[in-house]
Design a protein around this ligand. Structure first.
Ligand SMILES: Nc1nc2c(c(=O)[nH]1)N[C@@H](CN(C=O)c1ccc(C(=O)N[C@@H](CCC(=O)O)C(=O)O)cc1)CN2
Length: 283
């Protein structure tokens, strides 16, 4: 039997519809949620993600501002723009698209965003709040994964979770969110010995390494839930995940595809965080 597929596009459409209703309610009392997006450089994938974020905002009845800088821009200019956006009460959310060019201190840029407008949840204050089990803004990709697990009614309490990848954007916050739901969490990484030993124990396997098709069917426990966060391009230019979907779907019980899985949910949860920031500004 092949696995049940969690359709990230369909779930996104449903959640974005609900967010649009909340955005309209807020607009009716004089506050239209507004997201400012900063893009530095010409990375084609980043340009696509930013375009999709802006389009999604507009479709949900939110305002979006987009600032695009050349790859060799002086960081001081970007810091100055962030300070301006921090001080603007009509802007509720600010994000800087990652990765930034090498001459940028990415951490300093992320720390310069006001924690109240940090809709990516990357500011140290928001990371700390998540660690303490009191999240204020949840990073969008792990937030989207939690929504997908909820929609597929995957049991979390006591589940063995293995996360492959330890990034600040996905692996670490994902671990905190699942730990908060009483999962037993293992984080694997490039130095982990015998990766398959760990992955085969997982009731829920989250792949977030950035290596095309590295998780194959033989590394998966029969019936497991497999969440693929990877976005890679094959030599032929085709999009694929970190999981070898063809072999994995024959073993897993539930699986997310790439494209059309976690990616669209990342943008959906960005809208959710922006709306949340705007709603908090009323209080
Ligand atoms: N400031 C941030 N930078 C980055 C983040 C982030 O959450 N905040 N995450 C990733 C990229 N990302 C969002 O920015 C992102 C990646 C992929 C998708 C997506 O919808 N993917 C589609 C395929 C799109 C395509 O054709 O390439 C899919 O999987 O179906 C959305 C957002 C790094 N940077």
């Amino acid at each position: 039997m092949t696995a049940k597929i969690i359709d990230g596009n369909a779930l996104s459409t449903e959640v974005r519809g609900q967010l649009a209703e909340r955005a309209a309610a807020l607009t009716s009392v004089g506050i239209t949620p507004c997201l400012a997006v900063i893009l530095v450089g010409e990375d084609p994938a980043s340009a696509v993600y930013v375009r999709n974020k802006v389009a999604a905002c507009e479709k949900a009845g939110m305002i979006s501002l987009r600032d695009v800088y050349a790859a060799d821009v002086e960081p001081a200019l970007v810091f100055a723009r962030i300070a301006e956006l921090n001080a603007d009460p009509s802007v509720h959310g600010i994000l800087v698209q990652l990765p930034l060019p090498k001459h940028f201190d990415s951490e300093a840029i992320l720390e310069s965003i006001s924690p109240e407008k940090d809709v990516d949840g990357f500011h140290a204050e928001n990371v700390g709040a998540l660690m303490q089990g009191n999240p204020r803004f949840i990073p969008c990709t792990p937030y989207g994964v939690m929504k997908m697990l909820e929609s597929a009614k995957v049991p979390l309490k006591g589940a063995e979770v293995v996360i492959v990848g330890r990034s600040n954007i996905v692996g670490k916050p994902m671990a905190m969110l699942l730990l908060a739901q009483s999962c037993t969490v293992t984080i694997c990484h490039s130095q982990s010995r015998d990766l398959a030993f760990h992955t085969r124990r997982a009731d829920i396997l989250v792949a977030a390494v950035g290596r095309a098709k590295m998780i194959t069917g033989d590394m998966i426990k029969p019936g497991a839930t497999v969440i693929d966060v990877g976005i890679n391009r094959t030599a032929e230019g085709k999009l694929c995940g970190d999981v070898d979907f063809e072999t994995a779907k024959e073993v897993a019980g539930v699986i997310t595809p790439v494209p059309g899985g976690v990616g669209p949910m990342t943008i959906t949860m960005l809208l959710a965080n922006t709306l949340e920031a705007a709603e908090r500004s009323l209080k």
